[in-house]
Write a protein that binds this ligand. Structure first.
Ligand code: 13P
Ligand code: SF4
Length: 367
């Protein structure tokens, strides 16, 4: 489309809020604590996990596998015992993404899959807003996150009260909220979106103006792709805002054939310097389809490892920015989650009911 409508206004605080980490709840009593499995590297574990190591051998050195394999084996066994399913975001490390996850994807795929889960327990390997989304869509299931402190700078940039004030200031203008927000913020919104469907969601409303929260850069990306006018918020992702157009231009100068693909949470000059922009799964599909010789994934660092494990012929140039929140999730913490049924994500049922409307409206949009 490329209409380049301006953002009408960008509101919000300059600094991020220091929000307290969400509180964990005690494990429900219908799930007793299980004995901690013995974790040892032995010929049985080696044999049982060999096919899994095969998937990641290009990115995980063989000397590290004897540490990971006992956890992988124990987690996969406990998942069956608990009737649990592991949902993992594309930013999880390869031993989680390729060896214990049942479903992997971007936020949209994880939300869609969360809505279909049949298991009793969901372990969300991602950040807190993703686990909350899974809980909102599955109020009767137990949703666990291996580390309750796995937050997100976008989710922390805005509160439900901020949304109520915006509605007062712009009466009648619909609120489109990125899923990278708390349940309280979703509850104040008309519809949610992800980086994979933001333009589609904004245009589905049939209006000429929306309030788009809270990522100012995703907002400008949407504004560049749509005629709808945008009132934005000053939130940003602490990982993607660190990339610069200059570093990408330098990379391209040193190798004009390199493909640069960027996440829409990046600043506009980064997106302008890229060949393709899309959600994390959109970026992965682009690499699978085009199989470029050299590629830069302008996003969180672990994703390049996950795709590289699958496509060893593609060379990944790695300007490496890690998400400290995503990296809180580790195999030992996932095992603890399944043994102790911790940490359970809880959403106030009244807030969850309102937030569910906004999430389901997005999930039910025809793609
Ligand atoms: P995706 O929905 O594209 O996976 O993005 C989620 C996220 O947190 C990106 O930083
Ligand atoms: Fe949040 Fe950015 Fe981390 Fe994604 S990468 S979870 S947007 S802080």
């Amino acid at each position: 489309m490329g209409v380049n409508m301006p953002i009408i206004e960008t509101l919000g605080p300059q600094a991020r809020y220091a929000m307290p980490a969400p509180q964990a709840r005690r494990a429900p009593s219908r799930f007793p604590i299980l004995p901690m499995p013995v974790l040892e590297w032995n010929p049985d574990v080696e044999r049982e996990t060999a096919h899994l190591y095969e998937r990641i051998k290009n990115v995980v050195p063989s000397v590290e596998w004897p540490f990971f394999a006992p956890y992988v084996s124990a987690i996969n066994r406990l998942k069956k015992e608990r009737n649990a399913v592991i949902l993992a975001h594309n930013y999880q490390t390869p031993e989680i993404f390729h060896c214990v996850a049942d479903v992997v994807g971007d936020s949209l795929q994880l939300a869609r899959e969360a809505a279909k889960v049949k298991a009793d327990v969901i372990v969300q390997c991602g950040v807190h807003f993703m686990a909350e989304t899974a809980k909102i869509l599955n109020p009767d299931k137990v949703v666990l996150i291996p580390d309750m402190k796995a937050g997100c700078s976008l989710a922390e940039s805005i509160t439900g009260e901020d949304v109520r004030l915006l509605r007062e200031r712009f009466p009648g203008v619909p609120v489109v909220t990125y899923v990278n927000t708390s349940a309280e913020v979703k509850a104040e919104s008309d519809i949610c979106c992800t980086s994979g469907n933001a333009v589609q969601v904004v245009e589905s409303l049939g209006v000429d103006k929306v309030i788009f929260l809270p990522d100012q850069y995703l907002a400008s990306y949407v504004a560049s792709q749509s005629k709808v006018k945008i009132i934005a918020w000053k939130g940003s992702c602490e990982v993607h805002e660190r990339f610069t157009g200059d570093e990408l231009r330098r990379l391209r100068e040193s190798d004009p054939s390199v493909q640069i693909i960027a996440h829409p949470e990046c600043p506009p000059d980064v997106i302008a310097a890229s060949d393709y922009t899309g959600s994390t799964s959109g970026m992965i599909s682009y690499v699978r389809e085009h199989q470029p010789k050299r590629v830069v994934l302008v996003t969180e660092c672990s994703m390049a490892d996950n795709v590289s494990a699958e496509l060893p012929n593609v060379e990944f140039v790695r300007p490496c920015n890690l998400c400290p929140h995503m990296k809180r999730i580790t195999l030992p913490k996932i095992l603890d989650s399944l043994v102790y049924m911790q940490e359970e994500v809880w959403v106030d049922p009244a807030i969850a009911a309102k937030a569910r409307r906004a999430v389901e409206r997005m999930v039910n949009l025809k793609s």
